[in-house]
Write a protein that binds this ligand. Structure first.
Ligand code: C2E
Ligand code: CA
Ligand code: CA
Length: 684
């Protein structure tokens, strides 16, 4: 190698060497820029890029070689064979082009390295063909080991460069690849030249020939043109791509129908707005707008009228907004408007203006159309400390606005919405609750007030969530009812209660609560009959409890179901009697087998003489209708004493027993069987 270096330092014109190096650096870099585009495209585009890639790399290699040869400060006169010279240029262009093509072809695991080898071979071929084109008047000797070294270097750097370009691990690999390509050309050239020794045969010219200088500059000029063309192409491509990206960005954030921003734009506006509010210690108002009955425009006038309506609304809203306000369409008939509250300007004025912008009639499809809206309003940071919280809360406010027909604009109410959020969370957690075995049924025994004997038991559902712990049925039953999950859960409770009761030591009745949703199920009687058959519990031992409220939800249907249920032999109790508006009306529509007096009456007995009067009246009513009464929620001895005196036959309450497990109930029944009724109550 020391010979190679001294050859560069002593036998070359430094200016032309620098020019050659410059050609090589720029050519290498632009070659790999073009190659990156070829690599990332397919089909004819890729072929086009590869063509430019081959042109740039081939010219760079060739120009570097020729300028460097001309830089060779030899007193000999140099001549070039035109055909071989042109062939060497062709070889460089085609060879490197094919090499780059192969490297990016994806043919086989080592295609990049094979392509690199090909590129190396093309550079070496170009060099030695170029050297063959050089005619000097002298005796030419080649050093074979230097030739081998030069080929090994160009092959090694060629492989390395395309390996880095095709298998990058950092963003620097692209530059590394170009640098390896540069090294391939340079090391080959100077090792290859050093392999050559020329002994002059005739007297030599002193000094460098001006014709060769001109040739050097001509070659450099042509090379610069070709490489420059590559640079310009790459730059045009870069710019076109930037424009296309900007276009794509604009399209991806705008709603094609109305021209307003879309959901993606909204997310950004919201994020930016929250940051602005934080930085300026101000507030941001988010209004979610939803048309109340947009469906009917589509249904009555067709989808094109619906689209025309939304387009017209979008245009009017856009025109009617003031600075610091921004509207977007989230999809369907849902819009959102964000306002930066700068100077405490009137929020109500803004909301009124929005209402008019959205609800005043617009001309669409030849007619005047209008549609009422609901709006949910949330203020950052008052109604949520993060954009996602704010979004969730404004959604809940809108949901409330949709329900409340009288006030279609609803502000986020964190207390109310927290309850709604809990309900939604419970709804999600309830999914699959039966399958996961998180439910159990407990039993609260019912007693004969006179004898103290157990007379039956009410099945009460218990849910223990692995993280939340025990959840009250008063909280989760309404959620399960709203989502319809109560049907599956209710059937599970019924089966479980019947299965347990069938195995009790004494044949007491088991009472199971029915929800309003279950009561509307037309096939409920068949389901109940099937469960009784499956568990072996006689129908006479099952009592189903319905509340007056659930009955009134759909009176006719519920009563029809109750009648068919009664036919299967089960008895029906009216639960929470006295809490509804039309307790007496319920008694008219169906002849119940039992009245369960709501626990609030027992609670009030000590305090109010009205409660005592009502209780006595209800007991009389029961007697005259021949319906036995059970008082719920008996907690104290004085309450029990009053009920006993008033002639209430049955009771249920904490005084006697809290709801207990099936096993505990069985133990209680056994204790009663062995030692008598009082023992059972004591056992509790
Ligand atoms: P409910 O049917 O009125 O059930 C009686 C409720 O009163 C039970 O509450 C019971 O634990 C409670 N209780 C009993 N004795 C006393 C007492 O002396 N004092 C007081 N303060 N409370 C007493 P729980 O178990 O929390 O159930 C609440 C409600 O959940 C039930 O009211 C019922 O409407 C519903 N529920 C429970 N299990 C089921 C079920 O399996 N299906 C359906 N659809 N609803 C159920
Ligand atoms: Ca009940
Ligand atoms: Ca009750």
């Amino acid at each position: 190698m020391s010979y190679v270096l001294s050859c560069i330092a002593t036998e070359h014109n430094p200016f032309l060497v620098a020019l050659a190096a410059l050609m090589c650096v720029v050519g290498s870099w632009i070659s790999f820029s073009l190659f990156r585009r070829a690599r990332d495209t397919r089909g004819s585009t890729r072929a086009g890029w590869l063509f430019l890639n081959g042109m740039a790399s081939g010219s760079a290699v060739w120009c570097t070689h020729f300028i460097a040869i001309l830089a060779f400060e030899t007193p000999l006169s140099l001549e070039f064979d035109p055909l071989l010279t042109i062939l060497s240029l062709m070889l460089a262009i085609v060879g490197t082009g094919i090499g780059f093509g192969l490297a990016s072809s994806g043919w086989g695991r080592f295609a990049p390295e094979a392509g690199g080898l090909f590129v190396g071979a093309a550079i070496a071929g170009m060099h030695y063909l170029g050297m063959a084109a050089l005619h000097v008047e002298g005796f030419v000797e080649w050093n074979v080991s230097m030739i081998v070294a030069s080929v090994a270097l160009v092959a090694g750097f060629g492989v390395l460069s395309l390996n880095r370009a095709m298998r990058p691990v950092t963003r620097w690999c692209h530059h590394g690849a170009a640098f390896c390509f540069f090294l391939a050309v340079v090391t080959l050239h100077f090792t290859g030249v050093a392999a050559l020794t020329i002994t002059p045969l005739a007297p030599v010219n002193p000094g460098h020939q001006p014709a060769l200088w001109a040739l050097a500059f001509a070659v450099a000029g042509v090379g610069t043109l070709v490489i420059g063309m590559g640079v310009v192409t790459a730059l045009i491509d870069l710019r076109t791509r930037a424009l296309a990206d900007a276009d794509r960005m604009r399209l991806s954030t705008s709603d094609p129908l109305t021209g307003l921003g879309n959901r993606a734009a909204f997310n950004r506006v919201l994020e930016d707005g929250c940051s602005w509010a934080d930085a300026s210690n101000s507030q941001l108002c988010v209004v979610l707008v939803d048309f109340d009955d947009f469906k009917s425009i589509n249904q009555l006038r067709g989808y094109s009228a619906g689209d025309a309506f939304l387009t017209a609304i979008g245009a009017r809203v856009m025109a009617g907004l003031q600075p610091e306000e921004c509207a977007m369409r989230l999809g369907g008939d849902e819009f959102v408007v964000v306002k930066r509250l700068t100077d405490g300007g009137s929020l109500q004025g803004f909301l009124d203006r929005l209402q008019a912008l959205f609800t005043d009639p617009v001309r669409a499809s030849g007619t005047a159309l209008s549609c009422p809206v609901c709006m949910g309003v949330a203020i950052y940071p008052d109604h949520g400390l993060s954009s996602s919280d704010l979004l969730a809360n404004v959604g809940l406010a809108l949901a409330r606005a949709k329900q409340d027909k009288l006030s279609p604009v609803q502000f986020s109410d964190t207390v109310m919405d927290a309850a709604e959020k809990t309900r939604r969370t419970l709804g999600v957690l309830l999914r699959g609750v039966v399958e996961r075995g998180e439910l159990v049924v407990q039993y609260q025994p019912q007693f004969d007030l006179e004898t103290g004997a157990i007379s039956g038991a009410e099945a009460l559902l218990r849910w223990t969530h692995p993280v939340l712990g025990p959840v009250s049925p008063a909280d989760f039953i309404p959620v399960a009812e709203a989502s319809g999950q109560i049907v599956g859960i209710g059937e599970w409770v019924l089966r479980e209660a019947c299965r347990h009761a069938a195995a009790w030591p004494s044949p007491f009745k088991v009472a199971v609560n029915l929800s309003a949703v279950q009561l509307r199920q037309a096939n409920l009687p068949e389901r109940v009959a099937a469960i009784l058959k499956e568990t072996g519990l006689p129908a006479s031992r099952l009592e189903l409890e319905v509340t007056e409220t659930s009955l009134m939800a759909d009176l006719e249907r519920s009563v029809a179901v109750l009648r068919r249920l009664r036919e299967t032999g089960v008895s029906i109790a009216l639960d929470d009697f006295g809490t509804g508006y039309s307790a007496l009306a319920s008694l008219q529509v169906f002849s119940f087998d039992r009245l369960k007096l709501d626990k609030s009456f027992a609670g009030d007995l000590a305090m109010s003489k009205e409660a005592r009067a009502i209780l006595k009246t209800v007991l009389l009513l029961g007697q005259s209708l021949a319906i036995p009464v059970l008082a719920e929620g008996v907690e104290t001895e004085p309450q029990a004493a009053f009920l006993r005196e008033a002639g209430c036959p049955n009771v249920q309450g904490f005084l006697y027993s809290r709801p207990i497990s099936d096993g505990a109930l069985r133990a209680m029944i056994l204790a009663q069987d062995e030692a008598g009724p009082r023992a059972a109550a004591r056992h509790a």
